[in-house]
Design a protein around this ligand. Structure first.
Ligand SMILES: C[C@H](O)CC(=O)C(=O)O
Ligand SMILES: [Mn+2]
Length: 347
């Protein structure tokens, strides 16, 4: 393992968008991305939290368009490459064309872990353009390692050169990561890279990433100071320190990335990214991390606890794209609570 190179991929300016309600300013984008570039980060993701074209009532309107963010960041990079995320059904082939024209090097096409078949058009188009094309299988805890491999094979058949196992809910424990990553590594051709994207809801981000690397993952996502959905992504500055202690190479200057965390990212946070009871519930109940702020907002509006909403969302097996159901569910739960209170008051 010593001297092994691991490619880290920064999510602060994309997954971090969820925690900022997609309101990162152009100045902040430039300040963070240039500091990451100077720290040696090889790949930085920049788009709406829900990917290209995410600006909508369902997902939230951003402060600026994807195109404006990409055009602000890409020309300023000296060594870092920039990636964009795209969810078929939200983003279109036109968005891929736009992102490529802006200078994006990597396109990551994300689907729910059982729905790889909806990514054919987008993966094939991205590969045809010569982009580094990644298939990103979300909520991967919901299916077995063998089923995940079948979905990954579909994405590879469409043209993906890298497949991600994405722990969107921060639910996985290291044993599960090991099993899933090794099944992907053993079942896919050697020239297809494997990646892991973690969330820190059960404080497993770093441990899970190390398990992924040991099982054959070559790319690992994380965010500086964890800026991301739920309790955030794997905190990159911590991961870099751990990997360097393990004798691995990342190309990243540890002190510089520590300073990005402390001096730029923490002051940007709307509220501290931490494992509060709601974020912990995401991990415990296996709920999509970007539902956190929707549930907190519903708690404010309807007086139903965000934890109860999240537990119910987990019980119902909801997945990304069902954000509109959260408000609906909170209303139903508020009505049920009111009925129960009336019944107990009237004996
Ligand atoms: C659109 C989601 O935020 C993608 C992601 O980062 C995840 O599933 O986790
Ligand atoms: Mn994520």
């Amino acid at each position: 393992m010593t001297n092994k190179f691991v490619k880290l991929h920064d999510m602060s300016l994309r997954d971090g968008m969820h925690s900022k309600r997609h309101q990162i300013s152009i100045e902040q984008m430039i300040a963070v991305s240039t500091a990451l570039d100077a720290a040696g980060m090889p790949l930085i993701e920049v788009t709406h939290g829900d990917g290209l074209g995410g600006a909508s009532v369902n997902y939230g309107f951003p402060a600026h368009s994807d195109e404006d963010y990409l055009n602000a960041v890409i020309p300023k990079m000296t060594q870092a490459k920039v990636s964009a995320l795209l969810l078929p059904g939200i983003g279109t082939v036109d968005h891929i064309r736009m992102a490529q024209a802006c200078g994006v090097s990597t396109l990551r096409v994300a689907t729910h872990c059982t729905e790889a078949d909806v990514s054919q058009q987008h993966i094939a188009y991205s590969a045809k353009l010569g982009l580094d094309t990644v298939g990103f299988l979300m909520m991967a805890h919901m299916i077995s390692a063998e089923a995940l491999l079948e979905q990954a094979k579909l994405m590879v058949s469409y043209g993906a050169n890298c497949i991600y196992c994405t722990d969107s809910a921060g639910f996985m424990l290291p044993e599960e990561v090991t099993e899933k990553i090794s099944t992907l590594r053993n079942g896919l051709p050697d020239n297809v890279e494997i990646g892991f994207h973690g969330h820190h809801n059960l404080a497993m981000g770093v441990a899970n990433s190390v398990a992924a690397i040991n099982a054959g993952a070559a790319r690992i996502d994380g965010s500086v100071a964890g800026l991301g959905a739920g309790a955030g992504n794997t905190p990159l500055e911590v991961l870099v320190a751990v990997l360097h202690r393990m004798g691995m190479k990342t190309g990243i200057d540890l002190y510089k990335i520590m300073d990005v965390a402390e001096d730029l990212i923490v002051p940007m946070m709307d509220s501290p990214i931490r494992i509060d009871r709601d974020a912990l519930t995401l991990g415990y109940a296996g709920v999509y991390s970007s539902f956190l702020l929707f549930a907190k907002r519903a708690e404010q509006r309807y007086g139903v606890s965000a934890r109860d909403i999240l537990v119910e969302l987990g019980r119902r097996g909801t997945v990304g794209g069902q954000e509109d159901m959260i408000e609906d569910l909170a209303l139903t739960m508020a009505k049920e609570n009111a009925t129960a209170e009336t019944a107990s008051a009237t004996g």
